[in-house]
Design a protein around this ligand. Structure first.
Ligand code: PRP
Ligand code: ZN
Ligand code: MG
Length: 223
């Protein structure tokens, strides 16, 4: 890949993190020629551009060097770290950003009486996070079936394709609407600034340093 002289940050194209992520970057003094329908937003003042993509693609884009940084949920970053394999460039969480708080939880049908992870032995759990769920099950010493679904995980128990689910919970509205009850928390999540574990030492590294300093100022003011 040929070196770029502008920094490129990946963020969610449309979703819960989009608005607060843009607002945070604005507070850091970054403004963009807004073209929401486009995938690429050109930075006006500083040499920093945005790539608007699906959140699940953000860690991979950083690992491939297509983007230098990303604003993404810790859940998505951690899942990538657990499943990407050893060939992928290692990533790191550089800052937690204080918005998009949610948790990755087990949720069970109302009639399933969950008390301990051991009860899950032999059960089927539907999730979009097989890495995080598999890691948690292994740490609990529980052998359960993991049914991986890209979306609409909450419907799996009613369809009979799983006994329970492992999915993100924010307001809890989705669980209520699907007659599910939160039973255990696997991961507390929020939006984070993700990047390579080893930051570049060229001009882009200097720009990242500057951005981190500004972020720290903005995040401190907000706390
Ligand atoms: C998550 C999750 C649930 C919902 C939970 O999906 O998969 O569907 O949010 O939120 P609630 O507790 O406030 O109802 P999200 O909207 O992030 O979209 P995605 O699954 O397509 O990434
Ligand atoms: Zn997603
Ligand atoms: Mg969803």
């Amino acid at each position: 890949m040929k070196p770029r002289d502008r920094l490129r940050i990946a963020m969610q194209k449309s979703g819960r993190l989009t608005e607060p992520a843009l607002e945070l970057l604005n507070r850091c003094g970054l403004t963009f020629r807004q073209s929401r329908d486009k995938l690429f937003c050109f930075g006006e003042g500083e040499p920093v551009d945005l790539l608007l993509v699906r959140d699940d693609d953000i860690p991979g884009l950083i690992a491939q060097g297509v983007c230098d940084l990303g604003i993404v949920g810790r859940n998505v970053l951690s899942e990538f770290q657990l499943t990407a394999g050893t060939e992928a460039a290692p990533l790191a969480e550089w800052r937690k950003l204080g918005f998009g708080r949610c948790r990755l939880s087990l949720a069970v049908p109302q009639d399933l009486n969950y008390e301990l992870p051991g009860q899950l032995e032999g059960m089927r759990i539907a999730t979009s996070y097989p890495g995080l769920l598999g890691d948690w099950l292994a740490r609990q010493g529980v052998k359960a079936g993991v049914v991986t679904l890209a979306g609409s995980v909450e419907i799996a128990p009613r369809l009979g394709t799983a006994d329970l689910i492992c999915d993100l919970v924010q307001s809890g509205g989705t669980l209520v609407a699907n007659q599910l009850r939160e039973a255990d928390v696997l991961l507390e999540s929020e939006a984070v600034l993700a990047g390579p574990a080893v930051l570049p030492t060229d001009e882009r590294g200097d720009m990242i340093d500057l951005l981190l300093k500004r972020l720290d100022g903005v995040i401190q003011v907000r706390e």
